[in-house]
Design a protein around this ligand. Sequence first.
Ligand code: FES
Length: 151
Amino acid sequence: MFINFWYPAEESKNISNKPLKVKMLGLKFVIWRDEEGEAQCVANTCTHRGGSLADGKVVGNCIQCPYHGWLFNGDGQCERIPSLGKLSQIPERSRIDAYPVEERYGLIFVFLGDLPEAERPTIMPVDEYDQPGWGKGHHALSLESQLCPIG
Ligand code: FES
């Protein structure tokens, strides 16, 4: 498995305030847009009892698990556990894995490694993007997009 790399997860146009399950490197993730329109990506498996977060809903900037309502933000932090009182401390172990996201070339790129931001490789520049005579091809089965000359 090649981690510490940016992976194209989905086309930007398909990401909204409705959670979307995506699979990369054999693992499941959920992507959504928060209230500011920023794309977020966390592991799809809830740290409580393993619910699929993609079956939940977006509440504010968080994604809410459909089973017991735990709320996770885009940094993976659990912000609310409904069964706990408002004054209770949320345990740190409730955190979920979260992944850096960048939107470029009409795609959502997710960094699946653990390098600090300063050490991450850059997303490959595509100088032809949006240039006359070039278009974007999309392979539905592989979710790979590529630029190619038109005509
Ligand atoms: S399984 Fe997600 S909140 Fe319980």
